[in-house]
Design a protein around this ligand. Structure first.
Ligand code: AVJ
Length: 321
């Protein structure tokens, strides 16, 4: 059997990026490490497992919305676009769009190289009429995606409420980059998790099976594997809660006792109860997100939600000029 051809653009962040950001983040107060480092191969698998947990309503809710909105989406966007998916992961969600949307080209963009290659190759095999590209890029730094110019209409697809990982000001900057990429009249289809009762939010980030805790601790496992370390990932506890004033879930890794880590020849002391901030996941109302998108030059053309208003899928259009 022939291996389907994909075009691959490789700008994978090197181990030096991990080393520098981890050392800087552990020196800073409060201590923090960017959630983008969750996604090594095991981290991407654990995230996929989170999506199947009963408490994690986001993935199945978003997929349900995508199934019902795809017809109208296709009418609004039209055929033969270039579809650029940011954080494509396992490329599960885009499969819900392809048959009806009928884009000419697809670019999967992700920070996790092997995962990206495997899933885009599989996609190319399943959709032989689609020109498939893969770009391993840290799009939180720079959104340089090749092969974009040859296509007409562009639709960026940023599902999963990954936009929630960014501080609101950074989210605006990222969406400005997307606005430049899609050009005037171009579209962004974005999944945005909505504000809702705290009990529902807290349960989603504290699943009973403990997968989210494992995902959180995998950050330390990865650091332990890729950098020169003396640290025990299991000596940190998963702590996640909704903080209503900024309107975000926060995830931390907390040391239950006094301990010292050694990373790349540097020492880091933790007292009992001290920790590392590993993720923010902002939740928005539909109007709050509309204002944010407006600052990036996008207008909300259409917003779809589920009946319970847990999650939204928003079609944004870049205003001309
Ligand atoms: C991929 C950023 C959308 O914030 O819900 C899931 C990541 N972290 N459980 C989220 C995540 C813990 C997820 N995003």
């Amino acid at each position: 059997m022939s291996v389907p051809a994909i075009r691959f653009y490789d700008a994978e962040p090197g181990v030096s990026d991990l080393r520098r950001e981890v050392l800087d983040g552990l020196t800073a107060r409060p201590r923090c490490i960017s959630p983008k480092f969750f996604y090594d191969e095991r981290g991407s698998q654990l995230f996929d497992a989170i999506c199947d947990q009963p408490e994690y309503y986001q993935t199945r809710t978003e997929m349900g919305i995508l199934r019902t909105c795809v017809g109208e989406l296709a009418d609004r966007v039209g055929p033969e676009c270039l579809l650029v998916e940011l954080g494509s992961g396992a490329s599960r969600k885009v499969r819900l769009l392809l048959e009806q949307l009928r884009p000419n080209g697809y670019v999967g963009v992700d920070i996790s190289r092997e995962f990206l290659l495997a899933s885009t190759r599989k996609l190319a095999g399943d959709y032989p009429w689609l020109e498939v590209h893969a770009a391993c890029v840290d799009f939180s730094h720079r959104l340089d995606i090749p092969h974009c110019e040859a296509f007409g209409h562009k639709l960026a697809f940023f599902p999963g409420s990954s936009i929630g990982n960014f501080e609101p000001g950074e989210a605006v900057r990222l969406m400005q980059g997307i606005a430049d990429m899609v050009g005037p009249g171009g579209h962004l289809l974005i999944g945005v998790d909505l504000k809702k009762p705290v009990s529902v939010l807290n349960a989603a980030y504290n699943d009973a099976a403990g997968v989210t805790g494992e995902f959180n601790r995998n950050l330390l496992r990865r650091i332990d594997a890729e950098l020169d370390c003396e640290l025990d990932p299991d000596s940190f506890e998963h702590y996640a809660f909704y903080n209503p004033n900024p309107g975000r879930i926060e995830m931390h890794l907390v040391s239950p006792r006094r301990q010292r880590l050694r990373i790349e020849g540097r020492e880091f002391e933790f007292d009992a109860g001290e920790g590392i901030h590993t993720e923010n996941s902002y939740k928005y109302t539909v109007d709050e997100f509309g204002a944010l998108a407006g600052r990036a030059g996008f207008r909300q053309e259409k917003v779809w939600t589920d009946a319970g208003r847990l999650f939204s899928v928003q079609l944004l259009v870049r205003e001309a000029g």
